[in-house]
Design a protein around this ligand. Structure first.
Ligand code: AMP
Length: 420
């Protein structure tokens, strides 16, 4: 072990588990790529104000969890705690939002940073794959995103997840509700911090996980009873489209989520095998965010799915992804001359698109065959001085153990034929 360890709340992705992470990212991205979403990549850090204005001054993410830094030049930056604000900023800066081109549909994959209390499933560095559909108010877009996330989870083989759905209203009806809720909360017996939260962001109190708070919330005014007609109709249409797609969801009136920018549709994907960190993904509509960061009105909707927790969910369900062996052919050379020749053949195989590896380190037959086994290769190619003198290599089927001599000149064609 070295003197150094990965920082608290972080961990390294190492083989073989890292292959599952790649497969999860790919499985989430595939339905997006297949549905008109283009790839976007933004910097790992942004001007800190993008997040304080975008995500919200009163959220935990901004007040407690952001990694901020001042550069030598005096710029105030923050490691990105989430993807939506950055992606919207990039779309605006890149002028992707010109009339006629809307909605702009983008997907991304990357690392995010939050200074959280580290525990199982909650890290300070984590991975998300996300999607944003920018610049259209259309319930079919909200439905599309929910359906695509469901498709991603199902292709991975996940079963024990649930979709929670709610509407947070819009700038017409939410303020009225906010006031009614605030009046109710003022009558409760809450600790100082919660009282403060009730004044800044009362909806978040609904989300409080503590029993002592939840008990007191019975009888609280519910947003459902305050939704304006437009929000009600919009939400009904989203529900109808998702239902028609055969995707089951639960209405959850208390689903608020920890980011201030959400309006109307909000949803979360929860997995029941993960204990307290049960949210594997979440998202919603953020019709006001563009204006909050200085852009034009651009009603939008998006989600982010957590890669780390999706992997944990797979492990909790005992789902092993079908990950093909990385190596198809493993070459073992005995002696210097064979080493040069087989190394050349491995290069040739790789250039022909065959996944090939080579026994390095001069281990001798036994040790090198162990490496061949470990690689998961279907075939081993073994050659010593005598084989080369005869112009052949030994071609071994690792599953059956069957071994045949193959002329050196025919090796690449033989391998390709046997793999096909
Ligand atoms: P959020 O932006 O908080 O809605 O997060 C979206 C998804 O990202 C969550 O459902 C989690 O799967 C994942 N996520 C968020 N924060 C963390 C974290 N600290 N550690 C691991 N995954 C996280």
């Amino acid at each position: 072990m070295s003197t150094f360890q990965a920082p608290k709340g972080t961990y390294d992705l190492l083989p073989p588990r890292s292959a599952t992470f790649l497969a999860v990212r790919e499985a989430i991205a595939a339905p997006l790529r297949n549905s008109g979403y283009g790839y976007v990549e933004t910097p790992g850090f942004e001007n800190v104000e993008l997040f304080s204005r975008g995500v919200g001054e009163s959220t935990d993410i901004v007040t407690k969890e952001m990694y901020t830094l001042t550069t030598k030049g005096g710029d105030q930056l923050a490691l990105r705690p989430e993807g939506t604000a950055s992606v919207l900023r990039a779309a605006l800066q890149g002028n992707l939002h010109k009339a006629g081109l809307l909605p702009v549909k983008l997907w991304y994959s990357g690392s995010y940073y939050r200074y959280e209390r580290a525990q199982a499933g909650r890290y300070r560095h984590f991975s998300q794959v996300g999607a944003e559909a920018i610049g259209a108010e259309d319930p079919a877009l909200d439905a599309e995103l929910i359906i695509l996330a469901d498709q991603a989870y199902r292709t991975l083989g996940l079963r024990n997840f649930r979709i929670l759905l709610n509407s947070l209203g819009d700038k017409e009806c939410r303020p009225v509700y906010r006031e009614a809720l605030q009046a109710f909360l003022r009558g409760l017996d809450l600790d100082e911090e919660t009282v403060r939260r009730a004044e800044i962001n009362p909806l978040r109190v609904l989300d409080d996980k503590r029993e002592s708070v939840q008990e007191q919330l019975t009888g609280a005014p519910m947003l459902r009873d305050y939704l304006c007609d437009a929000c009600k109709a919009y939400h009904e249409e989203v529900r109808a489209l998702v239902t028609a797609a055969g995707v089951a969801f639960e209405d959850d009136e208390k689903l608020v989520r920890g980011l201030d920018y959400y309006t109307r549709t909000t949803f979360e994907f929860v997995h029941d095998g993960l204990g307290s960190q049960s949210a594997v993904g979440g998202g919603g509509r953020y019709d006001g965010l563009s204006e909050m960061i200085g852009g034009p009105a651009l009603p939008s909707v998006g989600w982010a799915l957590g890669v780390d927790r999706t992997v944990l969910a797979l492990e909790a369900e005992g789902v092993a992804l079908d990950i093909p062996a990385a190596t198809s052919v493993f070459a073992v050379a005995l002696g210097e001359e064979a080493r040069r020749v087989l190394f050349g053949k491995v290069t040739e195989l790789r250039r022909a698109g065959v996944a090939a590896d080579f026994g390095y380190g001069g281990k001798g037959l036994k040790g090198a065959m162990k490496d061949a086994n470990r690689s998961g290769a279907r075939f081993a190619v073994v050659a010593g001085e005598r084989d080369l003198a005869e112009g052949v290599v030994q071609f071994k089927d690792m599953a059956s153990g069957e071994q045949t001599a193959v002329p050196l000149a025919e090796l690449v064609d033989t391998v390709r034929a046997r793999l096909a």
